[in-house]
Design a protein around this ligand. Structure first.
Ligand code: UDP
Length: 469
């Protein structure tokens, strides 16, 4: 129950329905308000898709009322309580599944207990991790071989062994729970998640074969798990209405303004800057971003989440900034229609935190990236973009931090400027753009009828039909 997971899962549920399945999305009232209009439109268009609601046990879990999404948590304690709350909804979910006579359940990996329900009902459970094969291969190898234990310091690089390419990381770039598995406050939950891997039918991956063929094969070989790549799932959204409403939160932006603005710009002239749904930045970091974008001389759209603003409106902007950048920069405070923006021909670069969805949406749109990983598995995703696909350049972030920790050292405006210019201007930029465009074309072919992802989704549905426990 975080946008980076629910948004692609809703795309997948809708695609199941388009392929003839009856799909039920289980959600909570506040979360459902972000997509119920879209599902209603699908129903009007004849799809068998619906939403079933359960109450989220905020009070029982010690969360403030209305905290139904991980993105609403602002401290590590809240995030922990949120994860605990997920365990409390097992029973209502089981009741719903019994009532709906479901033939299969697709659940995010955090819902380890979905396997217990599936076993009781004799139906298959599929896991959704929200990330790709490349990062999953790295995570698997780190867990199995712990290469980070053989280095002398947090700054020394180590090679992730056994991968199809040489990938180097430092301890500083690793998620906390990877290094200190046993000590993590979520250790028990993580153990249950791992146990549920061996009992679930397999995983659904928001990726496409041509993006990471060696890793799609490697993952299946080393884990022995079944995996179906069905993405990029953002491409299932065909109409502008679907794209605009995808993941839309209450604080909506003015999408027409944004499109009109983009329509007035030359092809590949605008940098789109967005750090996903979860990132929290300090005012000092926002100031550096503002400076870097201004001094880069490039036109830009910069999405700033309302909740990251510290004290007072606009305090984080340099004096007179908004009037100086008028016409050249557009700041969206709130939720942006990311897929719509990325697909616009005026957009020529994407400053991204390397959340998997954003990476894949950037790939699907054929846009080169400036990579700025923060937390989760984002440092692994950065390696895919900059070293394997070679469609991006790093801004220079080196240190993994908890999402709720805004004390990380700020990346300087100068470094932001350099990375932006490298992706937008010059020969290397052109080379990246050509490769990015090729990948974008491959992504579109993958989800078309007969493409690799379309075929994998159909073979998954066939496997579910023929399932015998
Ligand atoms: N997103 C969006 N508008 C915003 C911020 C985010 O549409 O203003 C979407 C984005 O397109 C992506 C998802 O939210 O589908 C974020 O997922 P990602 O994995 O990139 O990052 P996370 O939010 O999980 O860190």
């Amino acid at each position: 129950m975080a946008p980076g997971h629910t948004i692609p899962m809703i795309d997948i549920a809708r695609q199941f329905a388009r392929n003839g399945a009856k799909a039920t999305i289980i959600s909570t009232p506040l979360n459902a308000s972000h997509f119920s209009q879209t599902i209603e439109r699908d129903r009007e268009n004849g799809l068998e898709i619906s939403v079933s609601l359960i109450e989220f046990p905020c009070q029982e879990a010690g969360l403030p009322e209305g905290c139904e999404n991980l993105s609403s948590t602002t401290t590590p304690e809240m995030s922990l309580n949120f994860c605990r709350a997920l365990d409390l909804i097992q029973e209502p979910v089981e009741i719903l599944l019994r009532e709906s006579h479901s033939d299969a359940i697709v659940a995010g990996f955090f819902f380890w207990w979905a396997d217990d329900i599936a076993r009781k009902l004799n139906i298959p459970r599929l896991q959704f991790y929200g990330t790709g094969f490349f990062p999953m291969c790295i995570m698997h190898t780190l867990k199995e071989h712990k290469p980070f234990e053989n280095v002398g310091s947090d700054y020394e690089e180590f090679v992730v062994p056994g991968l199809p390419d040489e990938v180097k990381l430092t301890r500083r770039q690793l998620p906390e729970e990877t290094k200190d598995e046993g000590k993590s406050p979520l250790a028990e939950t993580l153990r249950k998640i791992v146990a549920s891997q061996s009992t679930s039918l397999g995983i659904i991956v928001n990726s496409f074969y041509e993006l990471e063929p060696a890793y799609a094969r490697h993952y299946k070989e080393v884990t022995g798990r079944k995996a179906w790549h069905v993405g990029p799932v953002s491409l299932f959204n065909k109409s502008n209405m679907d794209k605009t409403h995808r993941g839309l939160e209450n604080s909506s932006s003015d999408d027409d303004d944004c499109l009109n603005w983009l329509n007035s710009k030359k092809p590949n002239s605008v940098v789109y800057v967005c750090f996903g749904s979860m990132a929290i930045f300090s005012a000092a970091q926002l100031l550096e971003i503002a400076k870097g974008l201004e001094s880069s001389g490039q036109e830009f759209i910069w999405v700033v989440r309302e909740k990251v603003k510290d004290d007072g409106d606009g305090d984080w902007l340099p004096d007179g900034y908004e009037s100086r950048i008028q016409g050249r920069g557009l700041i969206i405070k709130g939720w942006a229609p990311q897929v719509l923006i990325l697909e616009h021909e005026a957009v020529g670069g994407f400053v991204t935190h390397c959340g998997w969805n954003s990476v894949l949406e950037g790939v699907a749109a054929g846009v080169p990236m400036i990579t700025w990983p923060l937390s989760a598995e984002q440092f692994f995703n950065e390696k895919l973009v900059t070293q394997i696909l070679k469609t991006g350049t790093p801004v220079g972030a080196q240190e993994w931090t908890k999402r709720t920790d805004d004390r990380r050292e700020a990346i300087k405006g100068d470094d932001i400027e350099k990375a932006v210019v490298k992706v937008m201007v010059g020969e290397e930029s052109e080379r990246m753009r050509i490769r990015a465009r090729e990948l974008g074309d491959m992504a579109k072919r993958a989800v078309e009828k007969g493409g690799s992802s379309d075929a994998d989704l159909k073979s998954l549905m066939e496997e579910i039909r023929n399932y015998h426990p």
